[in-house]
Ligand binder design. Structure first.
Ligand SMILES: Cc1cc2nc3c(=O)[nH]c(=O)nc-3n(C[C@H](O)[C@H](O)[C@H](O)COP(=O)(O)OP(=O)(O)OC[C@H]3O[C@@H](n4cnc5c(N)ncnc54)[C@H](O)[C@@H]3O)c2cc1C
Length: 461
């Protein structure tokens, strides 16, 4: 069966090593599904690439057939651009090898790898790349938007650890980009999203970490949130960059270390990760605990790979999700009051607001050094509305938008494109600050016809 959905695959099939799927394939629905169930799209073709030649073949086929192109890493992006109705999904999830070179502390990562696969390979050698906090997220999308997590305060953004990237251009050419070779492309890839070509390999520097860190959760009753967060804000930036703590406002999940009476109540959680000396981590976490009277804490030394999976159960695929984001140079009293007012009205048991602390090394890189340029941002807020039934869409989305609008006066410049929804295309220019003009020029050079437009799109000059 080579033709369904009006697309003839026989030619492509003869040269394609991976799997080609159309709607009649038994695994079509499973493969087309994205993390965010709000994005429910039906590609005419899913090209599950096995190697770089498959990427070239899929791109050539898309050009010849005039198909819209979506590129999928691990399918986590909230905007749902990793799939497309009636077009081609170039699915890279089967290309997920990770090779660590311990003689240079560098890691070669294929574009379908998840953070969990990367962490497992690097931590086997006591190394880590600074990436995000959920192990099922894809390295490709995360890196292309900037990338941050527990280690970013200490080692910088994920893009700051990128040393090279192999790219299949829309013309099918394979180019390698570093600070020295194709430097404009390399600059643009470090935050400019999937606008410039299909990345077939990322090369990172990795840093010695753990393999044990001091980590865990401190859970305060919501009534103490304002006081705890003010103390946290005043204190946390005085600690060494090996320490990190993020704020999560939500209903308490039924965690085993919390008394049943706490389950489902509103709480302010401080999530802690200290990648330095374990005893020092315990001392720093104790200081945080002293900022109020926690209803529960679960802290201790643990393998970094375990901590990297700690939030997975709350972030499983298949729910409906809507996000809104701001950057902040600081958490002012006024902003905290507004955010807490809205958190008090969380529209559902899975909704949350988090403030991720980046600061440290992420702030020490010049604004123009990489396409991700919000180098004064110390905190990134994500308003994460999450729910199960379409009947709840309007209520949850309205809440997220209202909180976003109410906190906008306190936000700093730029925005994290990886937390932006499909409808936020008009925000892209502001997101990139002064780097936007150069991004447009690089787009003009590498994709003048904007074939790769299913992303937070940077239109050619
Ligand atoms: C549960 C969850 C937790 C998260 N936590 C964090 C976090 O801690 N820190 C953080 O920084 N971010 C975090 N994110 C955001 C995350 O960085 C983005 O969603 C990111 O885009 C996911 O990458 P992906 O490869 O899984 O996404 P996909 O949806 O597969 O891809 C996203 C986009 O990237 C582009 N793309 C993907 N692969 C390629 C490629 N090989 N070549 C060219 N373009 C490509 C395409 O434009 C695609 O639409 C989180 C997301 C989720 C859902």
């Amino acid at each position: 069966m080579s033709r369904s959905n009006g697309v003839d695959l026989s030619q492509l099939r003869s040269q394609f090593a991976g799997e080609l799927l159309q709607s009649d394939a038994p695994n079509y629905d499973e493969v087309r599904a994205l993390w965010n169930a709000m994005a429910d799209k039906r590609p005419a073709v899913i090209a599950r690439c096995a190697n770089e030649a498959d990427i070239q073949a899929a791109l050539a086929f898309a050009r010849d057939e005039g198909l819209e192109i979506a590129i999928r890493g691990a399918g986590h992006n909230i905007a749902g651009n990793a799939s497309v109705d009636d077009g081609i999904m170039i699915d890279l999830s089967a290309m997920n090898a990770v090779e660590v070179d311990t003689s240079t502390n560098t890691v070669r990562v294929q574009p379908g790898a998840t953070l969990g696969q990367l962490d497992a390979a690097t931590q086997a050698h006591g190394l880590a790349v600074p990436v995000g906090i959920n192990s099922t997220t894809g390295i490709a999308g995360l890196t292309l938007g900037g990338g941050f997590g527990w280690l970013s305060r200490r080692f910088g953004m994920t893009v700051d650890a990128l040393r090279g990237a192999q790219v299949v251009t829309v013309d099918g050419e394979v180019v390698y980009a570093t600070e020295q070779d194709n430097p404009d492309l390399f600059w643009a890839l470090r935050g400019g999203g999937g606008n410039f070509g299909v990345i077939s390999r990322f090369d990172f520097e990795a840093y010695p970490v753990g393999p044990e860190v001091f980590a865990g959760l401190i859970v305060f009753p919501f009534e103490q949130a304002e006081s705890v967060l003010r103390q946290y804000r005043d204190w946390v930036l005085t600690t060494d960059t090996t320490f990190n703590a993020w704020v999560v406002l939500r209903h308490a999940p039924p965690l085993p270390f919390l008394d049943e009476s706490v389950h489902g109540t509103k709480v302010a959680v401080l999530a802690v990760c200290h990648s330095g000396d374990v005893a020092e981590g315990a001392k720093l976490a104790a200081t945080l605990e002293g900022f109020g009277t926690p209803v529960g804490s679960h802290l201790g030394p643990m393998p970094f790979v375990d901590w990297q999976q700690a939030f997975d159960p709350l972030l499983t695929a298949g729910a409906r999700n809507y996000w809104k984001t701001h950057n902040f140079t600081g958490l002012s009293d006024e902003m905290l009051t507004v955010a807490l007012d809205y958190a008090e009205q969380l529209p559902g048991p899975e909704c949350e607001v988090f403030f991720g602390l980046i600061a440290g090394v992420t702030n020490q890189v010049p604004t123009q050094a990489t396409a991700w340029g919000a180098r004064d941002a110390r905190f990134v807020m994500n308003v994460h509305a999450r729910w199960q039934s379409a009947a709840e869409d309007a209520r949850c989305i309205d809440w997220a938008r209202a909180l976003f609008r109410a906190t906008a006066p306190y936000a700093s410049a730029g925005a994290y494109v990886n937390f932006m929804t499909e409808e936020e295309g008009g925000r892209v220019e502001d997101a990139y600050l002064g780097n936007f003009e150069r991004l447009k020029q690089v787009k003009q050079q590498y994709d003048p016809n904007n074939l790769l437009h299913l992303n937070q799109n940077i239109r050619p000059d």
